[in-house]
Design a protein around this ligand. Structure first.
Ligand SMILES: Nc1ncnc2c1ncn2[C@@H]1O[C@H](COP(=O)(O)OP(=O)(O)OP(=O)(O)O)[C@@H](O)[C@H]1O
Ligand SMILES: [Mg+2]
Length: 565
């Protein structure tokens, strides 16, 4: 297939995907780095992708530019015997070829007209660009070119070659499509369940964190779904699509962990989550897995997610999907805490076999010609500060130098809850915040190595001192807490008439010391926490550990502080 070639002299041009032999510059050999990419590109062409987009994809992947015409030529040279598409096009051409003289003249005139149209469109785009206007709707679309044949069948959605196509073709149980902003991730997530909407048994669930964010997805779905399934109806109140077959897709929000209760007792064969890193912990994702089932053997069950790097859930998403295997490579799903492969239990007929597979497919803006070719969006992303730029433009998951506590890890610092012996000393520490939130942590001191065990947390917002005092006392009923440390600002009177926040709480029976006066107060200090997180070389135990029930602090600690979105 890819045979050696020769060239007349040392400076003659080298054809695409070839390189000069090291020993004899007149002999050209296929370049092993580029040939597989060209083969992949030809597969895309065989599948019906546009040659322009495929050529862009190939140029990007190989680092060597190729025109769509150049790629088409290679395709024809290599695949004219095997590609069904090429064969059918050839047949069509032969059938349509003008036979009489007058037919030939008409054909020549039509070609001139389409050349003219192309020149006009390009000129308009150029003018629009020079004048800084939006060229997406060039005037020529409105001119009368109605003799130009229109394709009779409307193509509803064609995935971009590369990752978007791979995402839609993926067969693993759980797949994350993640990376650069604008890579076409949400669009792919909407398109993924399209193939099942003809099946009456299909029930899907598509989630975003909040209703506001969901709205954008709903709009997009309204552009897409009725085209593919005329008669499809979106029921606003139930926020669900109902297709003529009876298939349903529920598009809704999942903001807090408790919201999963809304799905209790329901089952879905397809679950999609847009922007997975907006979830601080894996709780929702794991719970949703329990909703994944179907009684129809023709329906595969899948969970699909998309995301940018760098939100609150950056770390767990990275540990679940990115760290275990190289990108694009399917791998056996592992437990996020123990890092062990999840297997069937010993009493199961498949005992010891992996439960299911996962895969991570990276997205890059360059994969999405709808945004990338235009250039404005790329320029916007390029203007961001370095960390955000690396996350949002390059889809870089390794950006962690913004992480406040890189020492923190699940393995050393997160433990199963246990009954704390009554003799251990206990205290609580609080940061007060009315409009953002107040955080309270209860800590016990393990006397063997003086390890601090954070065993309870309380996060509330819009609580006054009184409200907070009430919540704290309620949380610690039956618990012998010896003292509490409250940040020193709460002791100032803030120039108002009346008691300070601390006084307000103490009056309610919730006693505190000021963080200024207590040695333990430095717990909340950043340096002290760095020290505590270190694992002692001798004992192998860190200075602080968290019950895994303290989900908020476990989620917040490893998070990169700058919020990229
Ligand atoms: N295959 C496609 N066909 C047509 N339009 C597409 C295709 N893929 C993406 N687009 C368009 O490109 C734009 C960006 O895509 P999308 O919103 O899916 O990106 P994203 O990766 O989810 O971005 P973000 O990270 O900002 O959420 C959208 O307007 C979308 O409609
Ligand atoms: Mg998106």
């Amino acid at each position: 297939m890819w045979q050696n070639k020769s060239r007349p002299n040392k400076t003659a041009k080298i054809p695409y995907a070839y390189k000069a032999d090291a020993d004899d510059p007149l002999v050209l050999i296929p370049d092993p780095d580029i040939v597989p990419l060209v083969e992949q590109a030809m597969d895309y062409l065989d599948e019906g992708h546009s040659s322009r987009r495929t050529a862009n994809w190939l140029s990007e992947k190989s680092g060597k530019t190729i025109s769509h015409q150049g790629l088409s030529n290679i395709w024809k040279a290599h695949r004219s015997e095997t590609s069904e598409l090429l064969k059918s096009r050839k047949k069509q051409r032969r059938k349509n070829a003008p036979k009489t003289e007058s037919e030939k003249r008409v054909k020549a005139a039509k070609r001139k007209r389409s050349d003219a149209k192309r020149v006009l469109t390009m000129a308009e785009k150029k003018i629009a660009k020079l004048e800084g206007k939006d060229a997406s709707n060039p005037v020529s679309d409105n001119l009368d070119f109605n003799a130009v044949p229109k394709s009779t069948q409307e193509i509803v959605f064609t995935p971009n070659p590369g990752p978007q196509t791979e995402f839609l073709a993926a067969s693993e149980r759980e797949v994350l499509y993640g990376g650069a902003a604008g890579g076409g991730k949400s669009q792919a997530l909407l398109a993924d369940p399209l193939r099942y909407f003809g099946n009456p048994a299909f029930v899907g669930l598509l989630l975003r964190r909040t209703n506001d964010e969901l709205r954008e997805l709903v709009w997009k779905s309204k552009e897409l779904y009725p085209k593919a399934y005329p008669g499809a109806k979106f029921q606003e109140k139930a926020s669900q699509w109902v297709f003529p077959s009876g298939a349903r897709l529920w598009m809704t929000y999942l903001e807090r962990d408790e919201d999963v209760l809304r799905y209790q007792g329901q089952s879905f064969s397809w679950i999609g989550v847009d922007e997975l890193t907006q979830y601080a912990t894996p709780f929702a994702w794991n719970y949703l897995r329990s909703r994944l089932r179907t009684t129809d053997p023709n329906l595969p069950v899948y969970m699909r997610a998309t995301t940018n790097p760098g939100n609150r859930g950056h770390m767990w998403v990275k540990q679940t999907f990115i760290d275990p295997a190289p990108a694009n490579k399917p791998f056996d799903a592992r437990d996020i805490e123990t890092n062990e492969v999840l297997v069937y239990p010993s009493n199961h007929e498949k005992a010891g076999q992996p439960l299911f597979q996962r895969r991570f497919i990276p997205a890059s803006l360059k994969d999405n010609p709808y945004l990338y070719d235009e250039g404005t969006y790329e320029a916007n992303l390029l203007s961001l500060p370095e960390n955000q730029r690396r996350q949002l433009l390059d889809g870089d998951w390794a950006v962690a130098d913004g992480a406040a506590f890189p020492e923190f890890n699940q393995k050393d610092h997160v433990i199963e809850p246990f009954d704390i012996p009554p003799k251990w000393r206990r205290f609580r520490s609080a940061d007060f915040g009315y409009s953002s939130y107040s955080a309270v942590h209860w800590v016990a001191i393990d006397p063997s190595y003086e390890t601090l065990i954070v065993y309870r947390e309380l996060y509330v917002s819009k609580h006054t001192g009184r409200d907070l005092a009430k919540a704290v006392l309620e949380a610690e009923i039956g618990d012998k807490v010896q003292y509490g440390i409250l940040d020193s600002s709460c002791w100032h009177n803030r120039g108002q008439i009346g008691p300070s926040i601390a006084e307000e709480m103490i009056a309610m029976g919730c006693r505190w010391r000021s963080s200024d006066r207590s040695a333990g107060a430095r717990v909340s200090g950043k340096n002290r926490l760095h020290e505590l997180l270190k694992v002692d070389e001798v004992t192998g135990v860190p200075g602080i550990q968290f019950f895994n029930t303290c989900r908020q602090i476990i989620a917040d600690l490893p998070v990169i502080p700058s919020d990229p979105k």
